[in-house]
Design a protein around this ligand. Structure first.
Ligand SMILES: [Zn+2]
Length: 174
């Protein structure tokens, strides 16, 4: 397994619509494992392929609290087949928007259909944090960031802050 560099916003690679995976083969499986390792080290609870520069519909998620057994999900071509009317609000963060957080409302429960790491079609019912995390990662596959769900004022504030930090880092890190 390998740790991959995570792309930080603003970056055009985070705004692309990703292509479906034809088949979960060894290469896709390796990418899923590398993404999981990258996510765990960060640490984060989810990661989408475009965040590591791969424009494919692949996400990994693991919302198990630290200290508890891991419960990783590897998903290719995830699709929401049902979502509840009731919404839930979580404060969201993102490995591509380091140290930035905002409250986002999303359906509290979803049913998601996907290809697992063995190319089997699966369906998962998720609620609360797991549901939110899957929806957040799926947004990435369509070039949507959590800040796209909040007011333009707040979004621009966050993106300006990140842009400024990038510049500072570039100068210091050379
Ligand atoms: Zn994210």
């Amino acid at each position: 397994m390998a740790v991959l560099p995570v792309i930080v916003a603003p970056d055009p690679r985070l705004k692309v619509k990703c292509k479906p995976v034809e088949k979960v083969d060894a290469a896709v499986r390796k990418l899923m494992d590398d993404m999981l390792e990258t996510m765990e080290l960060a640490p984060g609870i989810g990661l989408a392929a475009p965040q590591v520069g791969v424009a494919k519909r692949i996400i990994v998620v693991d919302v198990a609290p630290s200290g508890e057994p891991r419960k990783p999900y590897r998903m290719a071509n995830p699709e929401i087949v049902w979502a509840s009317d009731d919404m839930v609000v979580f404060e969201e963060g993102c490995l591509s928007l380091p140290d930035q957080f905002a409250e986002v409302a999303r359906p509290a429960r979803i049913r998601v259909r996907y290809l697992d790491h063995e190319n089997e079609i699966r369906e998962l019912e998720a609620k609360d944090m797991l549901a939110t995390c899957i929806q957040h990662e799926m947004d990435h596959l369509d070039g949507v960031l959590f800040v796209d769900h909040i007011s333009a004022l707040k979004r621009n504030m966050i993106l300006r802050r990140l842009k400024k930090e990038k510049k500072t880092k570039a100068t210091v890190g050379a």
